[in-house]
Design a binder for this molecule. Structure first.
Ligand SMILES: [Zn+2]
Length: 180
């Protein structure tokens, strides 16, 4: 760290403190040449990665787009807005934590799917059907089976907290009129 007064290269750190909100460190420094004191602030650079689309084009990460696609999947369903906001925050955070410079839309879509699975299974299917652009009914059925397996796995991992808001019935159960 250069001294801002005399441009000397060597400074001594006298004191380091994490600021109250925890997102910056303040350091008191002393110039080893002119002995003047100054303060520096150190902040983590939190940058969302660039989004790479399927056609290879790039765009800035935009949570509003995620919100719009989730709202579309959740239309006419009863999921509270704040739960959707919290889900989007988790998606942003998990993407930030990868530290990657670029992220492709499939990866973002997978994270959206994970959150929708917790919020509402109908929304999950709606989103998956568009996002995975099913070619035929078999792929669709396959996706539903995968979803049911994921739900099963989630139940085993966190039985109470991760309880989905809606139950999906298998065709068998539908005939018998019993939820799973
Ligand atoms: Zn100096």
């Amino acid at each position: 760290m250069k001294c801002p007064f005399c441009n000397h290269e060597d400074t001594q750190v006298l004191d380091s403190r994490v600021l109250e909100d925890g997102d910056a460190i303040r350091r008191r420094r002393r110039c080893l040449s002119c002995d003047r004191r100054f303060t520096t602030y150190e902040r983590a650079e939190l940058m969302m990665p660039t989004v790479v689309k399927r056609d290879g084009s790039r765009m800035a990460f935009d949570p509003a787009r995620i919100r719009a696609s989730m709202d579309l999947a959740l239309r006419k369903l009863t999921v509270p807005s704040q739960e959707v906001d919290a889900a989007i925050d988790r998606i942003r955070e998990s993407i930030l934590l990868t530290g990657a410079r670029e992220i492709n839309t499939e990866e973002i879509g997978d994270r959206v799917l994970e959150e929708l699975l917790q919020l509402d299974q109908v929304a999950y299917i709606r989103f998956a059907s568009v996002y995975k652009s099913f070619n035929d009914i078999d792929e669709f059925v396959q996706a539903i089976h995968e979803m049911q397996r994921d739900i099963q796995a989630n139940h085993e991992r966190a039985p109470a907290a991760k309880e989905p808001t809606k139950k999906v019935m298998t065709p068998q159960q539908k005939k018998q009129g019993k939820p799973s």
